[in-house]
Design a protein around this ligand. Sequence first.
Ligand code: GAP
Length: 513
Amino acid sequence: MTQEELFKKIIAHTKEYGFIFPSSEIYDGLAAVYDYGQLGSLLKNNIREYWWKSMVQLHENIIGIDSAIFMHPTIWKASGHVDAFNDPLIDNKDSKKRYRADVLIEEHLAKIEDKINKEVEKATKRFGEIFNREMFISTNPRVVEYRNKFNAVKTRFSKALNNNDLNDLKNIIEEEGIVCPVSGTHNWTDVRQFNLMFSTQMGSITEDSGTIYLRPETAQGIFVNFLNVYKTGRMKIPFGIAQTGKAFRNEIVARQFIFRMREFEQMEMQYFVKPGEEMKWFNYWKEFRKKWHLSLGIPEAKFRFHDHEKIAHYANAATDIEFEFPFGFKELEGIHSRTDFDLSQHQKFSGKKLQYFDNETNESYVPYVIETSIGLDRMFLAVLSFAYNEEKLEDGSERIVLRIPPVLAPIKIAVLPLVKRDNMPEKAYEIMNVLKFDFMCQYDEKDTIGRRYRRQDAIGTPYCITIDQQTFEDNTVTIRERDTMKQVRVLISKISEIVNEKLNLKNILNLNK
Ligand code: GAP
């Protein structure tokens, strides 16, 4: 199965089992907007809670807030979003389709890379064991030609982006013969900047002064509450403010399912530190956030850091934690050292002093900030991409299993009477009515037990307990573990303990060890 096929299967699976639906589907959907269904909303809540507990509950010096989506419009002027939160756009005059100029060039570069990989693949097959990859890449004339071209375009592209040189972006597209995927022509408009913020009107005012924006990130809600939290929470530096919530971006290239959406959710934390100590904390958070991902049991090889070459003007260090999605390694989380940019800007635009008073030195200063920012929907997709498995079993049958980390699984325990008679359903409900206070449970009595196990595998339920005749004799049930499919008989009174063992945050979230 190719990665593209795998991705299509994951998308189909999430719809079939009630994880994710296209928004407004009965009206043919709304591009790049999705709804979370009965299981998806549970999984999303569990990811959010796992993040929140690790950041807020387990850090004495990090508190959480929930700021409004609508904010004073000047905030977005101060933050730079009104002037600089742009994508470079280009239209094809024949197809009337709009593209991101940078994405067209990146895709072109990826095609050149593909050609190099194909040559290497062919040679690997041709030469077998004696194949020397390094030597081949540095000497094969065709590969050398592709590589030179790749490097030349990449360097020119980075320079054009850094200098905001829209003309040169267009020149690259034309000179490289990049065509519109729909019309197949090079009939392009000029490249121009397009602001990604959605705007709307507040109250009855229709002039410009009434224009407000849907927040494109949750971070600014934290910065503008810095003083409130610092004072009322009696916080001492270093301290952090976390929040989760919706953000909105009018993405032009909104593809790849829930990877790039127009309405999405972020989980962000701003950590306020003493100027000069930011690199120490940047490295701390880089490490901590990596450990958080690994605590879920996802293999380390699925992640990599990508340090930014082009650092935003307000930052002095930035890295992405990338995850290997079915469409390649892509940004999952950003960790940024934002200096004192945001607080200083809000100080300037609001006229309010946004400073911290250091009791030890008797000095006031604008704190520096380390930010960790992860998209909840992207994390959802990362979990699913890792979890989705098609397995051939020893008896020749097949199963689809979602190996969702148990702590995140939407349903923790399926409660199944072996048959729909002999008081087994009643007994099953009796057991579930106790367990449901601690765990999300699902009762199922339809079809054979084998088919019911498969259904639970397909939604990632880590435990199935089955009530049978013996249950009435000795108060035991069988408990089946999703990944190994092993079943053991246990006392009903032991179920909670067994399941809790896998869910206990003390075991999985002890990240500072
Ligand atoms: N406050 C910093 C900030 O917003 P960002 O890199 O633009 O930084 C942070 O976004 C994270 O939000 C990304 O790493 C990604 O996980 C998520 N994200 C950004 N745009 C998104 C979109 N259109 N759809 C889904 N998730 C998105």
